[in-house]
Design a binder for this molecule. Sequence first.
Ligand code: G3P
Length: 217
Amino acid sequence: MKFFADTAVVEEIAELNELGIVDGVTTNPSLILKSGRDILEVTKEICDLVDGPVSAEVVATTADEMIAEGRKLAKIADNIAVKVPLTWDGLKACKTLSSEGNMVNVTLCFSANQALIAAKAGATFISPFIGRLDDINLDGLDLIADIRTIYDNYNFKTEILAASIRTVNHVSECARIGADVMTAPPSVIKKLASHPLTDNGLEAFMKDWAKTGQNIL
Ligand code: G3P
């Protein structure tokens, strides 16, 4: 499963990149607001830092305007994935932009049928929002499993990009189900390395080591 960083904060991406675990980045208007940066400038910086797809989202609501914005965003770098919302106009923009050779990430997906029609419209990535379904007492992971089954039934090449990930359990469950990609906030990605038994075990080893009076270096 590929790991995308769900942030527009360059420093956070650079920190994760030290481990070589950033396969791509996703941004959205809310994350651009949070970064406090200009969308074109910060997206360019991110594209220079990361080799994989960097999603940059359009903000228009009509197909023609989304296409114009998408073309402008795609010019930032070769690894831009233009992100469009899962509306009828968004699907029209997806069809045009992907036909022109751009990667397209169709976002705000909340149903298997939405994922199906996005794949047929040429989406490179489909972004089902797990956490927001959980927020309304539905099961976001069930949606990932349903989309996996449907895409595999018909050999769709659209990659399932699990988004709105809030917990480390979301990450392991997405990997178990077979999502192609998960995008998570850096704070969640860093938590993947944590376990209290690792901390306890290390503390005990350090205490015993101190008693030996030895040094390795
Ligand atoms: O990748 C989508 C993500 O940024 C939305 O997350 O937690 O606002 O639902 P959230």
